[in-house]
Structure formats: C-alpha cells, structure tokens
Design a protein around this ligand. Structure first.
Ligand SMILES: [Fe+2]
Length: 227
C-alpha cells in the first residue's frame, strides 16, 4: 500500500537518535508524550542556572510544550509519527504551526537538557576538537561564534552547534525552529528564550551564555551526536 502524503516524511527519518538521556527518552516515546527525566538533579547546574530557573523551565515550560503537543495531535494522523517525523512533516506549514511549535519545543528542550552538564565546560573530546579546529581554527573561536549566535538572536530562539556535512558550524534559529528542518545535525543547543535565564540574570543574556559555555556545555554529548 502506498503511504499517504502525510506519512511520507517517516520514510526519510532514518538518522540515528542522539545519545543524550532526555533526547533519547523522548525519541523512543509515542503519543501521549511525557516529560523526559532530566539527566541531573534540578540544583545540579547552580550557580550558573539556579534551581528555581531550572524547575520553572523544566516543570512549567517544557511540560507545557508536551501537554500542548498531546492536545494538538490527539485523535489525528500525527499521533502515529515519531517526534522527529512530526517536526519535519509540519515545518513550514502555517496551518500546522501549533503542532510544529510544540513538537519542536518538546524536542529542543530535551536536547538542551542533554547539552548541559554539571561536569561540563573544558575541552571537547579529541575527534570533535580536531573537527572544530578544522572549521574554526580553535575551540576558543568556535565558542566565540556560539556566543555571537546566542547574543545576536533577536527575541526568542536558540543557538546551535551543528554538523553540516563534515563541517562543524554554528547556526541560530528563531522561536521553536531547529536545525533538523534545514537538514543539519544538531550537536549542542543553547536556549536563549528569556525564560531560560531571566530569573537569574534579568536582561544580562551575555552572562548566562558565558556561564553556560564556560561551565556547563556538554562536549561529550556533542561528540556523541557526530555518529
Ligand atoms: Fe526554553
């Protein structure tokens, strides 16, 4: 039987799922989705990200996207799709923006939790470091590019380290959008929506971004996403 047009994106959803805890849990779920467990305790990222910020972000915002996604796809053909297929199928379709926004934010936040670690910062693993140096000249220059992407994103959005072919690159996306919709492989995400930092830093996004990149960024997760 030929697949319906709405089901076709499932056919190109062959890429391996990322290795991170929250992302992997969410990727294996089906409707109805649940909030994936955090890979650390809610106070583990303090003082860069306080327990209060993390709890609001995870328990209210991430949970809110999950709940809204379940409501939007309840009793529709989209229930049968994987989360990644849902994102790819609804991207760029204004009539499906509620599904896209909540599916992408459900995925983006799981990916963000995995992009951070209480043992983060420092140097990337050797192979990733070599690839970063091939693309940017140095890890420091790459971190600077990531900082500039996070700072220059106007309004809500995300900064990402991605794999573009065999090249390491930095991109930014607006609102709920993510690099999957551009055929890129996400390696790391930094949430620059105000809800990610405002309780701790108010308007000082730069201090939040610097703290994340220097002390929390999970290079091991990024390296695991190269496969
Ligand atoms: Fe967020």
């Amino acid at each position: 039987m030929n697949p319906s047009p709405a089901m076709q994106p499932l056919q190109r959803d062959f890429s391996p799922e990322p290795a991170g805890v929250a992302t992997a849990i969410l990727a294996t779920m089906a409707f109805p989705y649940e909030l994936p467990v955090l890979p650390y305790s809610t106070e583990a990222l303090s003082p860069v990200i306080s327990e209060k910020t993390l709890r609001f972000h995870y328990e209210k915002h991430h949970q809110g996207y999950i709940d809204a996604l379940n409501k939007a796809i309840d009793d529709t053909e989209f229930q049968a799709m994987s989360l990644k297929a849902l994102i790819l199928t609804t991207a760029g379709r204004p009539d499906k923006d509620v599904i896209f926004n909540n599916a992408a934010q459900a995925w983006n936040h799981a990916f963000y939790w995995d992009s951070l670690s209480p043992r983060g910062g420092g140097e990337p693993p050797a192979m990733l470091k070599r690839m970063i140096e091939a693309s940017y000249g140095s890890v420091q220059a790459c971190k600077q590019a990531l900082t500039e992407a996070a700072m220059s994103q106007f309004g809500t959005g995300w900064a990402w380290l991605v794999l573009d072919g065999r090249k390491i690159s930095v991109v930014r996306t607006s609102d709920a959008d993510n690099p999957l919709t551009r055929g890129l492989t996400p390696l790391l995400a930094i949430d620059v929506w105000e809800h990610a930092y405002y309780l701790d830093y108010q308007n000082r996004r730069k201090d939040y971004v610097a703290g994340v990149i220097e002390d929390l960024i999970n290079w091991d997760f990024a390296a695991g996403n190269l496969a």
